[in-house]
Design a protein around this ligand. Structure first.
Ligand code: SF4
Length: 109
């Protein structure tokens, strides 16, 4: 199975485990995007519930990234084909409260 890793600086997301995403499957938005900041991680969920569980269990691989940014070179039929993706934000820590504050830094038009 093709697995992907998502480095993620959105530390206040429930799926963030030591700066990696452990959601298993995520959705990235950004139809008609021309730059990274026109994308966002629609799976962002504020909180630390999941990461507190997976800190004990381990694992930081994602099995699929469903992505609407079809203008990205890494997008193939609405799926991301990069093995390592980086998600960042325009906010820090508890300031992060909305999907719109997140973006895929790996986007390349
Ligand atoms: S690298 Fe491109 S295809 Fe992959 S998640 Fe980011 S925007 Fe979508």
């Amino acid at each position: 199975m093709f697995t992907q890793k998502i480095g993620c600086s959105v530390t206040d997301c429930s799926y963030n485990n030591a700066s990696y995403c452990i959601a298993g499957q995520i959705k990235v938005g950004g139809a008609n995007a021309h730059a990274p900041d026109s994308t966002n991680c629609e799976s962002f969920t504020k909180g630390n519930f999941m990461s507190s569980i997976t800190n004990a269990v381990g694992g930081n691989s994602v099995t699929s990234i469903d992505c609407d940014a079809t203008t990205c070179q890494h997008n193939f039929k609405h799926m991301c084909n990069l093995s390592n993706v980086q998600v960042n934000s325009s906010c820090q820590g508890s300031e992060c409260a909305a999907v719109a504050q997140t973006f895929c830094a790996s986007f390349v038009e």
